[in-house]
Design a protein around this ligand. Structure first.
Ligand SMILES: *Cc1c(COP(=O)(O)O)cnc(C)c1O
Length: 451
């Protein structure tokens, strides 16, 4: 099969998959999962035909997907892929650009520069900030925290790049008690040491309590969050960040999904967030781009560009080249799907997406409370945290939901007991999908209780 026929076949299979979205099981059947054994082949000594490889992946793989690109998936604050973002990714595959510098790809550097400006506009963050498009909030947080430490040490007269950490003044890290695990991962990789981290106590909704904020100074990195993964709660930035700044600390905000509230009528949740030093947010969650797409935003553009610099004799570039703002050197132009998403949604479309999901989540919260479930959070964003009367019922309901194939959402532990977590974050999700979700939960609970 020639290249063009093969790619057309891949596109046709992709389109058939999308057409099946309405009826596909949201979590694959046991049979589909068992059939994955067919992929457990030995590495072939000689290459096999590409069309057969594609056919195998589609035949065995497609039925074993989780339908996260459909309307009835409510897991992990991740959404479906917007058509515009998915479409430009297809074109980008044909381009196969290495989007490290302008010299390597003029179009990528240009579009990503525009995308960075639009992200700052949409999120109303300081326009002088640098925006790096990385693989994930995890990787972007790593870049932000590395920049933070390097900048704080420079203020102490310490040259981190040359002298490293041994003998350096100690940089203290203060994080929320409910900090996301990936922020801890970034800190751990950077050598901060989990036992040395200071945890800021939180209130009943998981917000850092300003009254119990640990001491901050000019050698402190403070990590706050916009959108706690269980409750969707926001730390009280306006009460905390001015104090941190006064102390000379660096404030980083993990806003993997919650930062997008700022692009909507829910902006008040983020009041004061613009005074931070750096922010992380995902595009592959609430902005609904395909995966491997996130942003690090750093008010002091130079601090990020210096920490992430990878100029070499054979490839040096401007401070705003993406290879100098992210962990990657050879990279895909992740900013292009962000540009496409923002260009096709516009300010109004982003706001509508966030506000619709908020309204849907509120509706789910009220409906579940009426049905007698214990709703554990005021639904401030797109997250509904709830449980049944007993832990056994909560766990059984979770199993029944997954087995039903009609929807999918995850479990968690909240204040020491199992709970269930519904996230409304897919552009495909409409009112009828959340109504069907609530009806399903009512039905499953009845059959459990009768049985
Ligand atoms: C998902 C998430 C992350 C990690 O994002 P990745 O893009 O998956 O690395 C960090 N913080 C919060 C609050 C999240 O929800």
């Amino acid at each position: 099969m020639d290249e063009l026929t093969l790619l057309a076949d891949a596109d046709a299979r992709g389109l058939r998959y999308l057409e099946g979205n309405a009826t596909r099981r949201v979590f694959p059947s046991d049979e589909a999962i068992a059939a994955l054994d067919a992929l457990d082949e030995r590495l072939p000594a000689h290459g096999l035909p590409a069309e057969q490889t594609l056919e195998l992946l589609d035949r065995i793989g497609s039925p074993a997907t989780t339908a996260s690109n459909g309307p009835r998936y409510f897991g992990f604050v991740i959404g479906a892929a917007l058509p515009a973002a998915a479409a430009v990714e297809r074109l980008m595959l044909a381009w196969d650009q290495c989007a490290s510098t302008f010299d390597n790809s003029p179009v990528s550097a240009t579009v990503e520069r525009v995308a960075g400006r639009w992200v700052l506009d949409a999120l109303d963050l300081p326009r002088e900030s640098a925006v790096g498009f990385g693989t994930s909030a995890t990787a972007c947080t790593l870049g932000a925290l590395a920049s933070a430490r390097r900048a704080l040490l420079a203020r102490q007269g310490w040259d981190f790049d040359r002298q490293g950490l041994i003998g350096a003044p100690e940089i203290k890290v203060v994080v929320s008690e409910l900090v996301h695990i990936t922020v801890k991962k970034a800190l751990r990789i950077l050598g901060f040491g989990l036992d040395r981290i200071v945890y800021a106590p939180v209130d009943a909704q998981g917000r850092v309590d300003p009254a119990r904020l640990p001491l901050l100074d000019e050698r402190t990195i403070l990590c706050l969050q916009a959108g706690e993964v269980n409750t969707g709660a926001f730390d009280p930035f306006a009460q905390i960040i001015p104090r941190a700044r006064q102390a000379g600390a660096w404030v980083h905000v993990d806003g993997a999904f919650g930062l997008w509230a700022r692009a909507s009528s829910l902006v008040a949740l983020t009041a004061g967030i613009e005074e931070a030093d750096s922010w992380t947010t995902d595009a592959h969650k609430w902005l609904n781009t395909p995966y491997d797409c996130a942003m690090v935003i750093c008010r002091n553009a130079q601090a990020l560009a210096e920490a992430m610099n990878s100029d070499a004799a054979y490839m040096s570039a401007s401070a705003d080249a993406q290879k100098n703002l992210t962990l990657e050197f050879s990279r895909r132009a992740r900013g292009i799907p962000v540009w496409a998403a923002l260009r096709t949604l516009g300010r109004a479309g982003v706001a509508e997406l966030v506000e619709r999901h908020h309204a849907c989540a509120q509706w789910i919260g009220r409906a579940l409370a009426r049905l007698g479930f214990e709703v554990l959070n005021p639904v401030v964003l797109n997250q509904v945290l709830f449980r049944c009367a007993t832990d056994e019922q909560t766990l059984a309901l979770r199993g029944a939901v997954q087995a039903s194939g009609e929807t999918w959402f995850g479990g968690t532990t909240w204040q020491g007991r199992p709970a269930l977590r519904i996230s409304v974050s897919s552009w495909r999700t409409q009112v009828e999908d959340v109504q069907a979700l609530v009806q399903l939960l009512a039905r499953l609970r009845e059959t459990k209780e009768e049985g």
